[in-house]
Design a protein around this ligand. Sequence first.
Ligand code: MSP
Length: 651
Amino acid sequence: MSNKTFYVTTPIYYPSGRLHIGHTYTTVAADAIARYKRFTGFDVRFLTGTDEHGEKIQKTAAEKKMMPKDYLDGMIEDIKKLWETMEISYDDFIRTTDERHEKAVQKIFQKLYDKGDIYLGEYEGWYCIPCESLWTDTQVGEEHLCPDCKREVQKKKESSYFFKLSKYQQPLVDYYNSHPDFCFPESRKNEMLNNFINAGLDDLSVSRTTFDWGIKVPFDDKHVIYVWIDALCNYITALGYLSEDESLMEKYWPANMQIVGKEIVRFHTIIWPALLMALDLPLPDKVYGHGWILFSEDKMSKSKGNIVYPEPIIERYGIDALKYFLLKEFTFGQDGNYTNRNFLTRINSDLVNDLGNLLSRTVSMIEKYNDSIVPEPKVFDSVHAELKKVASSMPAKVDDAMNRMQFNEALEEIWKVVRRSNKYVDETMPWVLAKDETKKDELDTVLYNLAEALRLVTVMISPLLHITAKKIFEQLSAGEEIRTYESALSFGGLKPGTKVAKGEILFPRLDIEKELEVMESMFKPKTEEPVKEEVETKEIIHKDEITIDDFAKMELRVGKVLEASKHPKADRLLVFKIQVGSEIRQIVSGIAKFYDPKDLIGRNVVIVANLKPVNLRGVESQGMILSAATDDDSKLVVIQAEGIEDGVEVR
Ligand code: MSP
């Protein structure tokens, strides 16, 4: 086995629902680079897994009246089945509920505590339940919104262990400066440095006492370890860190490539490297933050009903069609928009017309004009030399693009050869050459060059589309020795005399309009199906119980909207003048996305009348207008009290 190692990881997935093609994207990219590195001679370790602790999971399981572990086992089985269906070539699958992980995380916590990098304190801050993140006053701002998901956060005060993140602020800055490629792409690095690290790092609360579905702090079992600390450590616990056998750790750490979606870059490029520094471990070479696959410019989410699942796509169009689309359509690192039409068009143009056509023409012509035998090339100038040049220079370009994780560029370089080869057929017109005995050398050359260019193409797509590559190699009767990366570095590997054999069509041509209808129905919830499959079960996380006396402290009143205007400095906010009995209140509300200022003039709304005034971006707000909003902030309605006089108390 090679002594060049390559360790690549995906984030570990939340088993909170069925995975969609957005999730699949991270894993397909990791699989592509893992396969590519194996193909170019590396000893690869590819890790994926699941992130199974935390309040959210505990509550979801409780709602389903299940023990967390039983609930999780079923979900994890589905995730593993998906990766199996997609032929994802991971080497290890870690669950944060694995004993190997739990034990090692406790040892890590102990080690940091003994070192003085973890200490006991009291946490007072803002908690975002869906993100399981705690934030400071500055981070949530005056509007008290989670900086990540923009949902409302709740005040929390609890005894907590803290990790001395602040101690690592300067070492992180130094590391970023001396390792400009650590956080990638550049835009994400700048965001981390400017918006977070340079803005100052507070110590991080790393334990919780308000729920218990987590790994217990080894020396204080009232506390469970913060889920992100638990989760991040998977990348080393899977290699046996602090276990009896650290051989994998010695061999594969530090990771070469940690692939994560853009919303979790912050955890992986601030908290994670600081933890590693505290453990005296080297940092990964690169954390690559990729963009999101959007659906009609929006992030996929079950509540918006715009989810695209991989299984039905694979079943109808094949694994490679989906993988090709994901890798070719989007630039790795940037967001991209998914549409069924783009997917279908991509298959027809690139896989059916370009690649499928090249294979079927090449093999058919060799069958027809040379009894299925690959002839010997005899002419080496003009258009023949040019095709050879284009094909021979391709592998190096693909290698360069792959090493930069630019999958679409790599595929484009390969497809240039596919398209050039198809053009070569049109230019040389073998069917005309075949009619003229004196053109036999020319015809042999064309047939050979086509088959050999196709072989180079197939070798280079093999780590990306391994199923398709296998089918083409079989039709070309290409032996193992000419399927390798090294064999693609020179033109001429295919032996004249090889017998080709036509096989099944690689990708059948699609009737796009018909398939659009099929795809529409793929993701529509079927009425007879249990809703659980398609619709997110609404997770209600209750606040602490209050008494009637607590409630009586709140003064809710009907108010009539007299005036409404845009906030001069904040697009999200509207400024209202509201008549409440004899008073006129000024209230600022974050509902500009949902209401035009004039929409509410004259309406009777419900306000919190005894809320301490706050200053919102320079405008005083003397209360709050009540509204109901969906969790993902896609819909919001202001609660109205039509027909009730302003000033009346709401009870
Ligand atoms: N459990 C955390 C990761 C902990 S790693 C120590 C988590 N899990 S997740 O299931 O929510 O997300 C897993 C991966 O899927 C992330 O990289 C995330 O960015 C990716 N995607 C989820 N939806 C996505 C899109 N719509 N588009 C692209 N990738 C997205 O985060």
